[in-house]
Design a protein around this ligand. Structure first.
Ligand code: NOJ
Length: 550
C-alpha cells in the first residue's frame, strides 16, 4: 500500500501505527503445530482468532528467518528463507494473508547489525583477505599479538574474535557467531535494502529494527551506539526501501534520550516511525553497571522517567509503550507481586501503561499474567547471554548462588518459556518435548482459563485495547503527572478537546490514600470491585488502578 501522508499527530486520525496495539510473538515459544517441541508459523496461524479476540492490530514477529539458533534467530544465515523448524515461505505468506483478513499487520524483525557466521556473506568473507565479501564485515589486524582493542561483547568477553585462517580479528558485538556487518560498505547497504524490499513486496506492515543504534559504530574509537553516520544510513534506508510504503518502523535503541529519539522519529527527517527505548527498564540496575547488578526500583524515579518521555517528544516523535519483551523478565515478577497479587498487579501494569500516549506493545503471555520461571542450576539455562555471563563471572570468583539469583531476576529465559494455552500436557504448547520447559504454574495460568473468567487479566487488556479504538483522548491527549503524597501512587491526567481523564495506580502491596481534587463523572475502567469515589480521600488497596472521567 502506498503511503499518503507522514505527519505525526494529525488530529484524531494520524498514521495507522499511532492507533495500533502491537503484540509481540516469540515464535519459538508461541505454538507448536507439528510436535517437534518448537513453536512454528502454522502454530501462529492457529491462534490468529485468539489474537483477533484480544483486539490487537499488529504483530511484531521475532525473527523467523533461516538461522543456526546461536541466539534463537537473532543470528540470521539467510534473510530470504524461513527457518526450517518454523515452516516455509508459503506458511509465512499464509500468515501475512490470514492476519490481514482480521485487520492484523505483520511487523518483521530486521536484524542487520550482524548476521550469523553461517550466512553466505560471512562464509565467503572468511575464506581469504581478498574475497569480494571480506569487506562486508569488520576485520582488524592483531595489535601486539592480541585483540585490536578493549571493546567488549554485550554477551561477555572481547568483541573481537581471531580468525585463525587469515590471522585477523573480526568484530562481534554479540556472540562470536554473530559477526557485525560493515555498514561503511555501500554494497552491504544495497543488499540489505534489496532484502527489505523483498519483504515489503510481500505486504508486511513494517520492521522492528534490532539494535539499530549500533550500525554507525566506530570500533577503532571504541564507539558503538549513535555513531556519526547512523542517521545518514537510516535516511538512505528509508529512501531506498520502506519510505514508499505505508508501514511502521520501530528502532530498538538502548541508550536513547528524548533528544536522540527526535533524530530518529521527527517526520521531517524521514527516518523511522518511532523508537523502542529502555530508560525505564534500567531503573533497577546500579548506575554505570550492567543489567545483572541489581538495585531496588524507585517508583518516584519511574514516574519521572515515564513522564519525561510522555511530555518531551511533542510532534517530533512517538513513544513505544512496554513493560515486557523477549529480553526482559516478566513484569509481574519484576516490579509487581507474582505471589499474592498476580492478577491485581498484572491489571495495574496494563491500565497504567495503556492509558499513556504512544503505541502499546504486549508481549505474548503478558495478557495472561505469565510470570518468571526460576531455575536452580546453569544446566537449565538456554539463553546465551545468561550462560556467557555466568561462565565469565564464575571464573572471576563470583558465587554460584548469586549468579543463579541474578539469572532468576533478569535472565531472558524468563520471558521465553512456552505460551500457556490450557491445562493439558505442556500447557497445550506442544505434543512433543518443549525446547524450554513450560512454567509449572500453567495449571493455574493459561489462556483457556483466562477466557472463561470475565474478570481475568485477558479481559482487562481486551477492554483497554477497545477503549483506545474508541477514544481519541487515549491516542492524542496531553499528559500531566499528578503530584501525590505517597511515592507508590502513580497518577496522571490525559486531556483532549476539553475532556479530562484521571488515571491512578497503587504500585505497592500496601494500601494508600489518594487525595482527589476533581469531581468524578464516570468510571472508565478499574481492577477493583470496591473502589469508591464518595469522599475526596480515596482508599487505594494494594495494586488498585482505575481510570475516571473528571
Ligand atoms: C536485541 C534482541 O532483542 C536480542 O534478543 C538479541 O540477542 C540482540 N539484539 C542481538 O541481535
Amino acid at each position: 500500500m502506498i503511503k499518503e501522508h507522514n505527519e505525526l499527530q494529525e488530529e484524531s486520525t494520524g498514521n495507522w501505527w499511532q492507533n495500533a496495539v502491537v503484540y509481540q510473538i516469540y515464535p519459538r515459544s508461541f505454538q507448536d503445530s507439528n510436535g517437534d517441541g518448537i513453536g512454528d508459523i502454522q502454530g501462529i496461524i492457529q491462534r490468529i482468532d485468539y489474537l483477533a479476540k484480544l483486539g490487537i492490530t499488529a504483530i511484531w514477529l521475532s525473527p523467523v528467518y533461516q538461522s543456526p539458533n546461536d541466539d534463537n534467530g537473532y543470528d540470521i544465515s539467510d534473510y530470504q528463507e524461513i527457518m526450517t523448524e518454523f515452516g516455509t515461505m508459503a506458511d509465512m505468506e499464509e500468515l501475512i494473508q490470514k492476519a490481514e483478513e482480521v485487520g492484523i499487520k505483520i511487523i518483521m524483525d530486521l536484524v542487520v547489525n550482524h548476521t550469523s557466521d553461517e550466512h553466505r556473506w560471512f562464509v565467503e568473507a572468511r575464506k581469504s583477505k581478498n574475497n569480494p565479501y571480506r569487506d562486508y564485515y569488520i576485520w582488524r589486524d592483531p595489535v601486539e599479538g592480541k585483540e585490536p582493542n578493549e571493546l567488549r561483547s554485550i554477551f561477555s568477553g572481547s568483541a573481537w574474535q581471531l580468525d585463525e585462517e587469515t590471522g585477523q580479528y573480526y568484530l562481534h558485538l554479540f556472540s562470536k557467531r554473530q559477526p557485525d556487518l560493515n555498514w561503511e560498505n555501500q554494497a552491504v547497504r544495497k543488499d540489505v535494502y534489496a532484502m527489505m524490499n523483498f519483504w515489503l513486496e510481500k505486504g508486511i506492515g513494517g520492521f522492528r529494527m534490532d539494535v539499530i543504534d549500533l550500525i554507525g559504530k566506530l570500533p577503532d574509537d571504541m564507539l558503538t551506539a549513535n555513531g556519526p553516520k547512523l542517521h545518514t544510513y537510516l535516511r538512505e534506508m528509508n529512501q531506498a526501501s520502506f519510505g514508499k510504503y505505508d508501514v511502521m518502523t520501530v528502532g530498538e535503541t538502548w541508550g536513547a534520550t528524548p533528544e536522540i529519539a527526535k533524530l530518529y522519529s521527527d517526520p521531517k527527517r524521514q527516518e523511522l516511525s518511532m523508537i523502542f527505548q529502555f530508560e525505564h527498564m534500567g531503573l533497577d540496575q546500579q548506575e554505570g553497571k550492567d543489567k545483572w547488578d541489581l538495585q531496588p526500583l524507585s517508583v518516584e524515579k519511574l514516574k519521572e522517567v515515564l513522564s519525561k518521555w510522555q511530555t518531551s517528544l511533542g510532534s517530533q516523535g512517538w513513544n513505544s509503550l512496554f513493560w515486557n519483551n523477549h529480553d526482559l523478565p516478566r513484569i509481574i515478577s519484576r516490579w509487581g507481586n507474582d505471589r499474592d497479587y498476580r492478577e491485581k498487579s498484572g491489571k495495574m501494569f496494563a491500565i497504567l501503561l495503556h492509558m499513556m500516549k504512544g503505541t502499546p506493545y504486549i508481549y505474548q503471555g503478558e495478557e495472561l499474567g505469565m510470570t518468571n520461571r526460576p531455575i536452580t542450576s546453569i544446566e537449565e539455562v538456554e539463553d546465551i547471554e545468561s550462560v556467557n555471563m555466568y561462565n565469565e563471572r564464575l571464573a572471576a570468583g563470583h558465587s554460584e548462588e548469586k549468579l543463579i539469583h541474578s539469572i532468576n531476576v533478569k535472565g531472558r529465559d524468563n520471558a521465553r518459556t512456552p505460551m500457556q494455552w490450557d491445562d493439558s500436557k505442556n500447557a497445550g504448547f506442544t505434543e512433543g518435548t518443549p525446547w524450554l520447559p513450560v512454567n509449572e504454574n500453567y495449571h493455574e495460568i493459561n489462556a483457556e482459563k483466562a477466557l472463561e473468567n470475565p474478570d481475568s487479566i485477558f479481559y482487562t487488556y481486551q477492554k483497554l485495547i477497545q477503549l483506545r479504538k474508541e477514544y481519541p483522548l487515549i491516542v492524542w491527549g496531553d499528559y500531566e503527572l499528578v503530584n501525590t503524597t505517597k511515592a507508590e501512587v502513580f497518577a496522571y491526567y490525559r486531556e483532549y478537546k476539553g475532556e479530562r481523564w484521571l488515571i491512578a495506580a497503587n504500585f505497592s502491596s500496601q494500601s494508600h490514600t489518594f487525595e482527589l481534587k476533581d469531581t468524578v463523572q464516570e468510571l472508565i475502567i478499574s481492577n477493583s470491585s470496591s473502589v469508591s469515589f464518595a469522599s475526596s480521600s480515596i482508599q487505594l488497596k494494594p495494586y488498585d488502578a482505575w481510570v475516571v472521567r473528571v
